[in-house]
Design a binder for this molecule. Structure first.
Ligand code: NAG
Ligand code: NAG
Length: 468
């Protein structure tokens, strides 16, 4: 499956690896080059280059996406931030004010969303269940014992829920609250050091597809590894099947993206009157400068672009779902809902117009058995990562972590469901493929975050060009 493509990526990846890392013996590099020199030209996974992505994102997609994400439908995200950490007890609750999340007073959330999100997903879910019951149970011989019928029902239920990549965040729980994302921007919180480390370590170490033989910490931020181990690590990575390699790169891209935000919205100054947030070039360099990070920084940035392309691809694949006349961005305000749907479709058509030169036959679409196995592997890993998010001590980081993991999980669910989406009826309910409001909100907000990162990279590139 997808071998040609995997080979091509391997080749490009190897070329890129050879060209990176210990280089830099030529002319002294400027500060900007030290972060960005390898982040240009063609990307490994797509015959599109970084410059094209930057232009497309920064001028065509980003402004519209920002507008969409400010709408009521997308700004309110229901989340349970009170779930206990299932893996360890000693969470340091971060006492910083900047970490706190302000939940909405219940009168701030438009009524339409409060009641409709339940209604919307409930009605849709009931429809799906009813239809699937009708379809699957209908085919069952009536002579089945009651017990067996019950079992079949359970399987059906399991099949339904097994499509969720992330722990369904129990949004019906009394602990779940609506959060206004615009009031809780993702920015520097001071949450770093050992606690943050532990989270990322667990994510990389225990959840990435890991080789038995490699001792190097998978967390690229971990220090102290020798060059030869580093080479073993990357050759191992290149040897993985394309999807498993992708998993590592997606996590690394997400990590990078979050760090770009924290560097771009750093708490620069605090007086009793106001707080000033802005770009901290030193912080950015510490995370992405090729020399300061021993070659890791530019790799992280490449992974960020990879994540961008994967989510972009998911959006382009899911267009038919949103195009159905039955689909609404329901908040109860008919005029705005219709306007927002138009804006959403405009964005999706823009996404579709981007020349994504992926090999259409590969990636999450190998032979059915293999693809199902992979899908299951990915799903388990993702569920786990979303549970790890309950261990993040900083609530704001937990909020954005959960949202972005759910968004990425939704993107993968879409990519794994390409065929179902392609066969979706043009009108009427879609029984085979469905996205809940939570999934939709997280998908677009997560993409909005990466789109913002790409835009911020341009800002940092300009800022770095002014220093020597
Ligand atoms: C899930 O995470 C836990 C704790 O980090 C780990 O022990 C377990 O192996 C992980 N499972 C999977 C499927 O990654
Ligand atoms: C920028 O970040 C560095 C740490 O990376 C910190 O030492 C410095 O104080 C920050 N600068 C400002 C203006 O806050």
């Amino acid at each position: 499956m997808g071998c040609r493509w995997a080979f091509l990526i391997g080749l490009l990846g190897a070329m890129w690896l050879l060209g990176s890392g210990h280089g830099g013996q030529q002319a002294p590099e400027t500060a900007a080059q030290r972060c960005f020199c390898q982040v240009s030209g063609y990307l490994d996974d797509c015959t599109c280059d970084v410059e094209t992505i930057d232009k497309f994102n920064n001028y065509r997609l980003f402004p519209r996406l920002q507008k969409l994400l400010e709408s009521d439908y997308f700004r309110y995200y229901k989340v349970n931030l009170k779930r206990p950490c299932p893996f360890w007890n000693d969470i340091n609750q971060c006492g910083r004010r900047d970490c706190a999340v302000k939940p909405c007073q219940s009168d701030e959330v438009p009524d339409g969303i409060k009641s409709a999100s339940y209604k919307y997903s409930e009605v849709a879910n009931n429809l799906i269940e009813e239809c699937e019951q009708a379809e699957r149970l209908g085919a069952v011989d009536e002579s089945l014992s009651e017990e067996t019928q019950k079992a079949v029902l359970q399987w059906t239920k399991h099949d339904d829920s097994s499509d969720n990549f992330c722990e369904a965040d129990d949004i019906q729980s009394p602990d779940a609250e609506y959060v206004d994302l615009l009031l809780n921007p993702e920015r520097y919180t001071g949450y770093k050091g050992p606690d943050a480390w532990k989270i990322w370590n667990v994510i990389y170490e225990e959840n990435c597809f890991k080789p038995q033989t490699i001792k190097r910490p998978l967390n690229p931020l971990a220090s102290g590894q020798g060059k030869s181990e580093e080479n073993t690590f990357y050759s191992w990575l290149e040897g993985l099947c394309v999807e498993k390699r992708a998993f590592y790169r997606l996590i690394s891209g997400l990590h990078a993206s979050i760090n770009v935000h924290l560097s771009a919205r750093y708490l620069l100054q605090e007086t009793w009157l106001e707080k000033k947030w802005g770009h901290n070039i030193t912080e950015f360099q510490q995370r992405f400068d090729g020399i300061l990070t021993e070659g890791e920084g530019p790799r992280r940035l490449k992974n960020l672009y990879f994540l961008y392309l994967i989510e972009l691809r998911a959006l382009s694949k899911v267009v038919p779902f949103f195009e159905r006349p039955d689909f609404q961005l329901f908040t109860g305000d008919k005029v705005h809902d219709a306007e927002n749907k138009m804006l959403l479709l405009e964005i999706l058509h823009e996404v579709k117009s981007f020349p994504l030169h992926f090999d259409e036959n590969s990636f999450f679409a190998g032979d059915k058995k293999e693809a199902n196995k992979l899908k299951e592997d990915f799903r388990l890993h993702f569920r786990n990562i979303s549970r790890i998010m309950d261990c993040v001590g900083c609530f704001k980081c937990r909020l954005w972590g959960k949202l972005q993991i759910q968004g990425l999980g939704t993107a993968l669910k879409i990519l794994f469901s390409e065929k179902l989406i392609a066969n979706m009826p043009e009108s009427g309910p879609s029984y085979e493929f469905h996205l809940t409001r939570q999934e939709i909100v997280s998908l677009f907000n997560a993409f909005g975050r990466i789109s913002t990162s790409v835009k911020e990279l341009e800002n940092f590139r300009n800022l770095l060009q002014n220093i020597h």
